[in-house]
Design a protein around this ligand. Structure first.
Ligand SMILES: [Zn+2]
Length: 215
């Protein structure tokens, strides 16, 4: 399992989970603006009616990873379920001529079966660099608080930005979501990226895809 790449190089990788979604197109425009290549961990069931978004990601030269078909947590699942759920996502991507050996587990949750199946299928398991107890590093936390009614308004992205910029190191794998389960397209991702990306570039980091980071 990979949490980061080489700590001696100023390369970092930004990743987006749970899409494609309508927000993905905004993400692509921002990535073009800053000339950044990213890696998109795709949920197979999300592709239907969003085929053009997959094509757009591909056209811009980003990398793809597998985030399973169903996005069910894999920790108490049978080997059969895990294998089929991963292969179903691979099959969806292959329709677009996309092959990937990268996988990220839904919710970053897994058990021994998931590890064994990934070995069998020759998948590299990609995590994120820092899973801190500081919830402000989680891009989904504020929209989720809003959904459950704990906060009422407004975009409060400054903490996400501050914590991420502070904690990013050489080789870091950063994790964001272009879609939020049970919420929809991420409502705050664009302003987060518009803030974070130039700050990280100013610190001298080069954004690369996961495969480039791990090479
Ligand atoms: Zn996910």
């Amino acid at each position: 399992m990979y949490f980061h790449g080489d700590r001696n190089k100023k390369n970092i990788a930004i990743t987006f989970d749970d899409g494609p979604s309508e927000e993905t197109l905004n993400v692509l425009a921002i990535l073009r603006k800053y000339n950044i290549k990213a890696t998109f961990f795709i949920v197979g069931k999300m592709i239907k009616n969003r085929e053009s978004i997959i094509e757009a990601i591909k056209k811009d030269g980003h990398e793809f990873g597998n985030h399973t078909f169903s996005h069910k947590r894999l920790w108490f699942k049978s080997k059969k379920f895990i294998k089929e759920d991963i292969q179903k996502c691979d099959n969806e991507l292959q329709i677009f001529g996309i092959k990937t050996n990268l996988i990220r587990f839904p919710g970053l949750k897994y058990g021994l079966n998931a590890i064994k199946i990934c070995k069998l299928l020759n998948k590299k398991v990609i995590a994120v660099d820092f899973i801190t107890l500081n919830q402000f590093a989680w891009d989904w936390f504020n929209p989720w608080l809003k959904k459950i009614g704990l906060i009422k308004n407004n975009i409060k992205i400054d903490k996400v930005v501050k914590v991420t910029v502070k904690n990013t190191k050489n080789g870091s794998i950063l994790g964001f979501h272009d879609y939020l389960q049970e919420i929809g397209p991420h409502p705050e991702l664009s302003p987060i990226l518009e803030d974070i990306l130039p700050k990280l570039q100013m610190k001298g980091f080069d954004f690369v895809t996961i495969s480039e980071l791990l090479n």
